[in-house]
Design a protein around this ligand. Structure first.
Ligand code: GLA
Length: 635
């Protein structure tokens, strides 16, 4: 203990010293003293709107987009929050050789035909959307060429001209393009894809066939070790910096589309407002589960201003079409619960009422848009049945979803404990609007194949005067998660590949993030357990981690801490520290096999609590799993 205390004082002194000497803090676990996570300014709640890709691929045009925009307004969807109208791949004609200015394909966007044949502008288009009370989104690529130039080779809307004219991505033009899209053309949202740094390597057949410039592949989707993570992140960061510096009204949303590759599931929150956690969704049940799973365990990495993106909605197509409303409602409900952006991908000009009633379910939208930004957390998990619980901002209210992923009816029991509630719980079905009471220990439901039941639950919280940290993931910033080597996450549904035959041995886990922080589970998907005691509430994380927690309004922190029984590193000790606005408030040292110790701290006017778990004198590289059991803020 003495040793640990000395260590803490040395660290505090070191922090103070480095601050006076104005040097960067050498200790990555030193408390920041304040919240350093995303601020809610932009994308305070998950972005909502429409995108052309899932509806039209590159066969997009102005009539289709404006027709859709009109439906958004006339149907009331805009007033529910669906304000972004985003054009995806296919809008470009070429890059002007004289000065590199991008040209719009005016044959499909006629309002852009301004200023002569070698000039064009999306300004009339975005002005019109703005006049309609909508916002406008544009699409580009982080490299030199786009995805359609590799994958949609029969499209009539591919960029035209010389090799240089067909370089329509941001590569070498970040400042120029961002200024054009935001300051000159007035866009409010940008999606930045990654094909340009993925499929245009020297050995790519498409490069030779179509005479594209070679760009060495920075992303290998099948191999995280062969992906240049720092280089990918730096390119996306450059765009973030440019957006921040050169945006006239400061109102923009930055969507990173790197398909869960390059460990973006870990760093996306520090760079963009949303980041794709997986490859593309398709209108197939299994693929929807796959992209959902890539985001659904990442609650601690999202919150106001920064959202996991399991890709755009495919409601209306394939397995989610008007003949499969059960599946369509499930897809929509799942996205709503995990705070996914709600971006419609359907030709709204022809949408049947049954589909319109899905996107316009006010109650489900309200769950998604709750200002707390707490992504739902798994309360029960299996390959067939899942229960997710999401804390809403009204005191004592939660949303709960019971989902049957399988093909047989499932008996599902809901308990107050799963809701972290005690006593009777009032339930309102957010699809049928029926009400019922969960009285006693359980309420049983028969959930039909592929059905999801979603309820608003009102009751007495287990902690009458506080919140478990795992109930408020949107108020937590995982500043360091202790992961030293990105490892592919295996807890993601593996569908048979929608684009290929069943060849090459099957679908392998490929998205980094395994070992990341989890609410109510360990980083490796075990129950939180210290010396045989199971904690149903808590945060599981690796040692050498630091979390920031918004604590305003609370007067006390407490947790039962220890090395988790599931750790692979059984030898090294861990020092747990609690800081309040940078001041050390409590600490304890723990070893594997030792009972959980109580850490508690009074928080007088503290805004940010920081929770540091540090391996004391590491002797092993094996992952050291720690548990902040029952970690809670109390009033
Ligand atoms: C990639 C993206 C999609 C879409 C297409 C466009 O596949 O992940 O969302 O933008 O490119 O070509």
């Amino acid at each position: 203990m003495l040793k640990a205390t000395l260590l803490a004082f040395t660290l505090l002194a070191a922090t103070a010293l480095s601050a006076t000497a104005a040097q960067p803090a050498a200790d990555p676990l030193a408390p920041a003293g304040h919240w350093t996570g995303a601020r809610a300014g932009r994308a305070a709640t998950p972005p909502m709107g429409w995108n052309s890709w899932n509806a039209f691929r590159t066969d997009v045009d102005e009539a289709k987009v404006m027709g859709t925009a009109k439906v958004l307004v006339d149907s009331g969807l805009r007033d529910l929050g669906y304000v972004y109208v985003n054009i995806d791949d296919g809008w470009w004609l070429k890059r002007r050789t004289s000065d590199g200015r991008m040209q719009v394909r005016t044959a499909i966007f006629p309002s852009a035909k301004v200023g002569g044949s070698e000039t064009s502008s999306f300004r009339p288009f975005t002005d019109k959307l703005h006049r309609m009370g909508l916002k406008a989104g544009i699409y580009t690529d982080i490299g030199g060429n786009s995805c359609s130039q590799a994958y949609d080779l029969h499209s009539p809307n591919l960029p035209e001209g010389t090799t240089a004219e067909r370089q329509i991505g941001l590569r070498g033009h970040v400042q120029q393009d961002i200024k054009l899209y935001f300051a000159d053309w007035g866009f409010d949202y940008i999606k930045v894809d990654a094909c340009g740094i993925n499929v245009y390597g020297a050995d790519s057949p498409v490069v030779k066939q179509h005479k594209y410039n070679v760009y060495p592949s920075l992303i290998d989707q099948a191999s995280i070790n062969r992906t240049n993570i720092p280089a990918v992140r730096a390119l996306y960061q450059q765009v973030a910096d440019t957006l921040a510096a050169s945006n006239p009204d400061g109102d923009y949303v930055y969507s990173i589309c790197a398909w869960g590759a390059a460990d973006v599931r870990s760093w996306g929150k520090e760079v963009g407002n949303l980041w794709r956690t997986s490859g593309d969704i398709t209108p197939q049940w299994g693929r929807m589960l796959h992209t959902f799973d890539s985001a659904s365990t990442r609650a601690l990495y999202a919150g106001p201003g920064h959202w996991n993106d399991p890709d755009m909605l495919f409601v209306g197509h394939g397995d989610f079409d008007v003949h499969h409303l059960t599946e369509a409602r499930t897809h929509f409900s799942l996205w709503a619960m995990i705070n996914a952006p709600l971006i419609i991908g359907y030709d709204l000009r022809n949408a049947p009422p049954a589909l319109m009633s899905i996107w316009s379910n006010k109650d489900i939208v309200r769950v998604n848009q709750d200002r707390g930004g707490h992504q739902a957390v798994l309360a029960y998990d299996s390959d067939d049945v899942q229960i997710f619980v999401k804390t809403l901002s009204d005191s004592g209210t939660k949303a709960v979803l019971l989902s049957n992923r399988g093909l047989a009816p499932a008996e599902v029991s809901l308990t107050p404990a799963q809701l972290k509630m005690v006593g009777d719980v009032a339930l309102t079905d957010l699809w049928s609007k029926k009400t019922m009471t969960l009285a006693g220990d359980t309420l049983k439901f028969t959930v039909q194949p592929r059905e999801s039941r979603v309820f608003e639950a009102r009751g007495k919280r287990q902690l009458a005067d506080g919140m478990y940290l795992s109930e408020i993931p949107g108020a937590i910033n995982i500043a360091r998660d202790g992961v030293t080597m990105p490892v592919p996450d295996p807890v993601i549904h593996r569908m048979s590949n929608p684009w290929g035959a069943t060849i090459n041995g099957g679908e392998r886990p490929s998205y980094g993030g395994w070992g990341g922080a989890r609410a109510d589970a360990t980083p490796y998907d075990q129950a939180l357990t210290v010396d045989g005691k199971v904690f149903t509430s808590g945060i599981g994380i690796l040692a050498n981690s630091r979390m920031e927690v918004k604590a305003a309004g609370f007067s006390h922190f407490e947790a039962k801490v220890g090395v988790d029984d599931s750790t692979r590193n059984l030898k090294d000790k861990v020092v747990f520290q609690v800081f309040g606005d940078g001041h050390l408030l409590a600490q304890a040292t723990a070893a594997y096999g030792q009972a959980a110790q109580t850490l508690s701290a009074d928080l007088a006017n503290v805004k940010t609590v920081e929770l540091v778990a540090r391996s004391e004198a590491p002797t092993s590289d094996l992952p050291l799993v720690v548990t902040w059991g029952d970690a809670a803020l109390r009033e």
